[in-house]
Design a protein around this ligand. Structure first.
Ligand code: PEP
Ligand code: MN
Length: 263
């Protein structure tokens, strides 16, 4: 179902007047984790001012350490919904557990499956039954074939609205957090009709690399970007070193508009 042989034309996912895929470039941006109303609102206003349409923010966080901040959970979802009311931005947030799908779907427009859950087949099967788009991140060490098979799990249950997200893979390199595989974009484009976006924040782990890799991703044909933005990266509870300050994000978006005819 995810393959070009099943469907030749690019899939376009429409949410209100926002189109994902089929030539439109969409930017999904916001903090790694929702931390407070003040933090989220400031990030959301920057996202809106920059001209992006989709606000990201984790309420349930998949942290490597059980002692790290795990997210505000339902309280975080409520803040995201309030930010949507305030700004008109669409909301994307991560789902980690089949038991919280209904709760998260109540508050968000797109549900994100994180890299660590790309092959959580029970989760994928349950997400195939809902009628909201799924943002499916590439697994930490997943091949492109495994990634497309994960999309197939969601589609085979009836949910065809899958957005792929390249977020870097594990290699021997330590200068970057992951190795952002930009060749995945043309490979996916040849194999699949699904939209693919790129997350240079998690892909590189350093805010300084977000601008060049955003440019490169769009040059390689990505349908959009996921970029972490935090009003005060030094104090962020999660992923500060890879988060852009709001003014940096606004100027990056201006630049991208120049090169890519963004939105
Ligand atoms: C995130 O988007 O904040 C996240 C946890 O991403 P990934 O699953 O790609 O690590
Ligand atoms: Mn993050």
């Amino acid at each position: 179902l995810a393959g070009r042989d099943f469907r030749q034309e690019d899939t376009v996912i429409r949410i209100g007047d926002v189109e994902i895929g089929g030539g439109q470039i969409q930017v999904f941006s916001g903090p790694c984790a929702v931390e407070s109303w003040e933090q989220l609102l400031e990030a959301a206003l920057a996202v809106k001012k920059a001209g992006a349409r989709i606000l990201r923010g984790g309420a349930f966080k998949p942290r490597s350490s059980p002692y790290a901040f795990q997210g505000l959970e339902e309280q975080g979802l409520k803040l995201l919904a309030r930010a949507r009311e305030e700004t008109g931005l669409l909301i994307v947030t991560e789902v980690m557990d089949p038991r919280s799908i209904d709760l998260i779907a109540e508050y968000s427009d797109i549900l994100q499956v994180g890299a660590r859950n790309m092959q959580n087949f029970h989760l994928l099967r349950e997400l195939s039954k809902i009628n909201k788009p799924i943002l499916l991140k590439r697994g930490l060490s997943a091949t492109i074939e495994e990634w497309l098979m994960a999309a197939e799990y969601i589609m085979s249950g009836g949910n065809y609205d899958v957005i792929l997200c390249e977020r870097g893979i594990r290699t021997f390199e330590t200068a970057t957090r992951n190795t952002l595989d930009l060749s995945a974009i043309p490979v996916i484009k040849s194999l699949s009709h699904l939209p693919i976006i790129v997350d240079p924040s998690h892909g590189c782990g350093k805010w300084q690399l977000v601008r060049p890799m955003s440019m490169a991703a769009l040059a390689a044909g990505a349908d959009g970007l996921m970029i972490e933005v935090h009003p005060n990266p030094a104090e962020a509870l999660c992923d500060g070193p890879q988060s852009l300050k709001p003014h940096k994000f606004v100027s990056l978006m201006d630049e991208l508009r120049g090169v890519a005819g963004l939105m």
